[in-house]
Ligand binder design. Structure first.
Ligand code: GDP
Ligand code: MG
Ligand code: ZN
Ligand code: ZN
Length: 416
């Protein structure tokens, strides 16, 4: 812990750089512009005008008619609008004019990115993880998940929550961004904890979720955006479909899908390697030196593992939910996934991660909690299993969640 946070000084040094989670432009914290609050009811203020930068970013003038943006030094995160004199605390990216929450400007540097091959389960995972964070897990952690812009709220409802969670339909395959331009869903996860001497500490993390199609990492034109995204990431969650691993077939209840469209390029280890190369280039990592970015690698769809595997398995018991990270459980799950990878002749995935990353952790999860049937969620509905685990680990790595050992054994083994 830094001296500043211990004695309660403002956390953000004036020169701190902030990365925009929408366009990944980087700007010093004290240079981030403001948006006028505008007129509301009887409050005087600037009238809305077409924000051309925002319209260019979203590709539409709809929703881009807003009070003007202005530059100001912004003492204490506030400034007075030079046109109307009203004070404002709303900040926006100087490049794309998307909103930058003040908690994010104060403590930047915690962008979590999600990556996976086509069909790895990304869209499904996004739908379920966000729902868990807004509900059960959010309550457990005393954390709030807030969308940073209205488009995120609408798209989450329309493209993720309504079809999968309400109508129980499987999500359509993500179209390549080449045919439908896409922007990320951006959320701020904020956690307030009571520290020693009853002092409260609030920490935030930006969840930036691009629902990328795997092939987008291959096409040159789209690489640019996605690589900027990955390069800006302070941590990564890789999703790996166990059905894509060479030797997993025997351990699965469901037969692996026909691999007529299987391409070596979409093999999990190849996707991870491509992202890793980009990260190494950006961080200027020397050969032999490992990347510091924490990386969570999760096997999705573990509900397809045969029941023999499930018995006595760390992976299949429930996490003891208590607002802390159970480090014993974490070790057990990591070990089990590691041995599964080796059993499935996918040991080179782990070897590769160990060579490239100083800090990686293995997970197994199921977003749906059961095998889907005929394009729909199974009879019991969506019952996620350990979907939040990678994020809890990242919170722990960022110092936003405590870890414990020797947690009550009795708390485990409940359900599975
Ligand atoms: N059995 C099972 N299937 C899943 C799970 N999550 C996703 N799937 C299936 O895997 C396929 C690909 O999922 P999707 O989220 O569209 O993957 P994306 O291409 O990475 O976005 C779909 O048919 C999903 O129904 C899960 O937790 N369990
Ligand atoms: Mg998808
Ligand atoms: Zn921006
Ligand atoms: Zn104004």
């Amino acid at each position: 812990m830094s001296l500043a946070s211990r004695v309660g000084l403002p956390k953000a040094p004036a020169r701190q750089a902030v990365t925009c989670p929408y366009c990944f432009a980087v700007a010093p914290a004290h240079r981030i512009p403001f948006r006028c609050r505008g007129q509301a009811g009887r409050r005087a203020g600037c009238a809305p005008v077409l924000d051309e930068r925002l319209a260019a970013y979203t590709g539409s003038a709809a929703g881009a008619s807003l009070p003007p943006v202005f530059a100001a030094p912004g003492r204490g995160g506030r400034a007075d609008c030079p046109a109307c004199g009203q004070p404002t605390g709303s900040r926006v990216c100087g490049e794309c004019h998307n909103p930058l929450p003040s908690a994010y400007c104060e403590a930047p540097g915690r962008i979590v990115a999600l990556v996976g091959a086509k069909n790895a389960g990304k869209s499904t995972y996004i739908a379920v993880l966000l729902h868990e964070l807004m509900n059960r897990v959010g309550t457990e952690l005393d954390a709030s998940l807030v969308a940073c812009d209205d488009r995120t709220i609408e798209r989450y409802k329309r493209d993720f929550a309504r079809p999968l969670l309400e109508e129980r339909r499987l999500l359509p395959t993500t179209a390549s961004a080449a045919t439908s331009p896409r922007e990320p869903l951006v959320y701020l996860l904020t956690r307030t904890r009571r520290g020693r001497f009853a002092r409260e500490r609030t920490d935030s993390l930006a969840l930036v979720l691009f629902d990328t199609a795997g092939e987008d990492l291959r096409s040159r034109e789209l690489r640019d955006l996605h690589l900027r995204y990955l390069e800006a990431a302070d941590s990564i969650i890789f999703l790996v479909d166990p059905l894509e691993l060479p030797g997993a077939g025997a351990a699965l209840t469901a037969a692996p899908p026909p691999d007529s469209d299987a391409e070596p390029d979409s093999e999990p280890v190849n996707i991870i390697a491509r992202v890793t190369e980009a990260l190494r280039a950006r961080h200027g990592t020397r050969p032999g030196e490992r990347l510091e970015v924490p990386v969570a690698v999760a096997l999705t769809k573990i509900d397809v593992l045969a029941p023999e595997l499930a018995r006595q398995s760390a992976l299949h018991r429930s996490r003891s939910g208590s607002g802390v990270l159970d480090l014993d459980d974490r070790d057990a799950v990591h070990e089990q996934v590691r041995s599964l990878l080796h059993d499935w002749q996918a040991g080179r995935l782990e070897t590769y991660l160990g060579q490239q990353y100083a800090d990686f952790a293995l997970f197994g999860l199921s977003a749906l909690g059961g095998v889907p049937e005929n394009g729909r969620v199974g009879a019991g509905g969506v019952r996620p299993h350990r979907a939040e685990d990678p994020l809890l680990w990242l919170l722990y790595r960022f110092g936003m969640l405590d870890g414990t050992r020797g947690a009550a054994e009795g708390a485990r083994g409940r359900g599975a």
